[in-house]
Design a protein around this ligand. Structure first.
Ligand SMILES: [Zn+2]
Ligand SMILES: [Zn+2]
Length: 117
């Protein structure tokens, strides 16, 4: 078997085959690494207690958000909507994680069942 390959979309890492942060098939979990990128911003948001929860947070799927390989630069990913490499609107991780965290407030846990909408 090939070693799992990763992709990077707007500084967040995902498995190349499925676009998952946390992937059973690839045995990878990029959430910890990805969290470091947004930690500072999230900690300013006092609504949530991220300290304990972040590493267990709901996995983001890059492909579900429309990430497609950019044609010009093989290693970059752009969004389907705007064809923008590392699009800050489509791949706004802080926004996405905050939304997931709001669900946590409602459900009392990360919504691990249905991933994206
Ligand atoms: Zn995978
Ligand atoms: Zn976009």
């Amino acid at each position: 078997m090939d070693a799992p390959r990763n992709i990077v979309v707007n500084d967040f890492m995902f498995c190349a085959d499925h676009g998952d942060e946390y992937c059973h098939a690839c045995c990878c979990d990029h959430r910890l690494t990805n969290n470091i990128r947004i930690e500072d911003v999230l900690q300013d948001d006092s609504r949530f207690d991220f300290e304990h929860d972040l590493e267990e947070r709901q996995s983001i799927n890059a492909y579900a958000l429309g990430a497609v390989a950019a044609i010009q630069t093989e290693d970059s990913f752009e969004c389907e909507k705007h064809s923008t490499v590392d699009c800050e609107r489509c791949f706004d991780w802080v926004e996405i994680v905050t939304k997931h965290a709001e669900d946590v407030e409602e459900l009392g846990r990360w919504n691990l069942g249905n991933t994206e909408r």
